[in-house]
Design a protein around this ligand. Structure first.
Ligand code: HEC
Length: 154
C-alpha cells in the first residue's frame, strides 16, 4: 500500500513537471518573454540614471560612482537593437511600430545613447562635477531622443 502511494506521488510529480514544461515551451506569445526582458533592461537604465541624479544634485557624496553607472548604461545600451526583434511589438508593450519601420533611425537613437554614456564615463573620470552634470543631461536627452519617437505614451 505504501509503495503504491509513493508510486502515485511520483506519477503526479512527473505529470506536473511535464505540464509545466509544455506550458513554458508554449508560452502563448513567445515575444512576451523578450518584452519583459527589455523592460527590465530599460528599468536598469532608469535606476542608474536616478542614482546618478542623486549624485549630481549633491544628495550623496559618491561622485566617483558616476563612471561605473555610466559604464553600465554604455554596456546595456548595446543590447537595444537585439532586444527589439521583429515581431515583438504586440501585447503589453509600449514599443511603437516605427521601431521596425524606421529601423535605422531607431538604431541611431540607440547608438546615440551608447556614445553619450561613453562620453559620460570619460568626463566622470575627469572629476569635474559641472562637466559631469552637463554630460549627464546629454545622456538623459539621449533617452528622450528615443522615447519620444519610439515609445507610446502611457
Ligand atoms: C533606442 C531607443 C531607446 C533608448 C535610447 C532608451 N529607451 Fe527606454 N524604452 C524604449 C522603448 C521602445 C520602450 C518601451 C519598451 C516596451 O514597453 O516594450 C522603453 C521603455 C523604457 C522604460 C519603461 C520600462 C518598463 O518597465 O516598461 C524605462 C523606465 C526606460 N525605457 C528608461 C530609459 C532610460 C533611463 C534611458 C536612457 C538611459 C532609455 N530608456 C533609453 C526605447 C529606448
Amino acid at each position: 500500500m505504501r509503495r503504491l502511494v509513493k508510486k502515485s506521488h511520483a506519477i503526479v510529480l512527473l505529470v506536473g513537471v511535464i505540464c509545466f514544461s509544455i506550458a513554458a515551451a508554449q508560452a502563448p506569445d513567445a515575444s512576451q518573454g523578450v518584452v519583459k526582458y527589455r523592460q527590465s533592461v530599460m528599468k536598469s537604465h532608469a535606476a542608474h540614471m536616478s542614482a546618478m541624479g542623486r549624485i549630481v544634485q549633491g544628495q550623496v557624496p559618491f561622485a566617483e560612482h558616476v563612471a561605473d553607472h555610466a559604464a553600465a548604461i554604455r554596456s546595456t545600451s548595446k543590447m537595444i537593437p537585439q532586444i527589439f526583434p521583429e515581431g515583438s511589438g504586440t501585447g503589453e508593450t509600449r514599443a511603437k511600430p516605427d521601431i521596425w519601420q524606421k529601423r535605422s533611425q531607431f538604431e541611431q537613437a540607440a547608438l546615440t545613447l551608447q556614445q553619450e554614456s561613453a562620453k559620460l564615463v570619460e568626463v566622470a573620470q575627469g572629476g569635474d562635477m559641472k562637466e559631469i552634470t552637463v554630460q549627464y543631461l546629454a545622456v538623459a536627452k539621449a533617452c528622450k531622443g528615443c522615447h519620444k519617437p519610439f515609445r507610446k505614451r502611457k
